[in-house]
Design a protein around this ligand. Structure first.
Ligand code: AMP
Length: 280
């Protein structure tokens, strides 16, 4: 497995890469079994002849000033071992000042899908995500890139960016990987205290209850119910609990099309997100 840290060197190596397809898995590291499934999906898509690239980069531009950029975990040795075990061919692990010049001034901004949900509570977050993902697509010469459905809004925005900017890469989406008790795996779960960890699966339970009971009520009522249930989790502060059109991410009046419920809940200091498609 090759590891690159310098963007220009990485880009040159990838331009000369003969193995095809090149399948990129963008991550911020602190890899868990959820990332593992993305890497496995990439390996499957690449086949024996292709090239699986995992990028590990804690992207500063997607963190707000009061967010956890500094304390975001960076267990490089563990990450490297996992990438190797799962059959990655290349790891790209740049430093932040190599990705962003001190006077970096070009950003990519999505202006519709990113206005609500996490975009509303994390101003600038998706601008940072789009900008770094575009850089990674560019540098890696990826034919495919793999993203998790756990970050549903991010996935929708990346798909929109690829479409609108005619980027020559195809997106592969993979299902959310969960702990046995239903909690969506996340690099941030390690910040939960033992008590918070016990309470956190209630997020998934609330979503499952919603999916089982949404039929027969309006989306607005179902949202209120979901919000109430989430607010009852000890130590929880609900950032949002929304039912939206699965493709436009806009609010819906009726369950007359594919919808998805998305939530962000702060448990103690840790902000967790999850989502579930709703029957219609
Ligand atoms: P992150 O390192 O958190 O930025 O995530 C990198 C990629 O892994 C994104 O495409 C995420 O959607 C995906 N991912 C993170 N957690 C999970 C999970 N529990 N299941 C599936 N994919 C995930």
């Amino acid at each position: 497995m090759e590891t690159y840290v310098v963007p220009r060197t990485f880009a040159r190596a990838m331009a000369e890469e003969k193995r095809r397809p090149i399948v990129l898995v963008p991550t911020m590291g602190a890899l868990h079994a959820g990332h593992g499934e993305l890497i496995k999906a990439a390996r499957k898509k690449a086949g024996r002849k292709g090239c699986v690239v995992v990028s590990i980069f804690v992207n500063p531009t997607q963190f707000g000033p009061s967010e956890d950029y500094q304390r975001y975990p960076r267990p490089w040795k563990k990450d490297r071992t996992l990438c190797q075990q799962l059959g990655a061919d290349v790891v790209f692990r740049p430093k932040s000042d190599a990705m962003y010049a001190a006077d970096h001034s070009i950003y990519i901004e999505e202006s519709s899908l990113s206005t609500g949900l996490c975009g509303a509570s994390r101003p600038g977050h998706f601008r940072g995500v789009c900008t770094v993902v575009a850089q990674l697509f560019h540098l890696s010469h990826a034919d495919w890139a793999v993203f998790g459905e756990k970050d549903y809004q991010q996935l929708a925005i990346i798909q929109r960016m690829v479409r609108d900017l005619h980027m020559p890469v195809q997106i592969l989406a993979t299902p959310t990987v969960r702990e046995p008790d239903g909690l969506a795996m996340s690099s941030r779960n390690r910040f939960l205290s033992p008590e918070e960890r016990v309470n956190a699966p209630a997020i998934r339970m609330a979503l499952l209850a919603l999916a089982g009971s949404a039929a027969g009520v309006s989306p607005a009522k179902a949202e209120v119910r979901l919000h109430k249930q989430l607010a009852q989790i000890p130590g929880a502060l609900v950032d949002y609990a929304s039912i939206v059109d699965a493709s436009t991410l806009q609010a819906v009046q009726k369950f007359d099309r594919p919808t998805v419920a998305l939530v962000a809940v702060r448990i103690g200091e840790t902000r967790l997100i999850d989502n579930i498609p709703l029957p219609w």
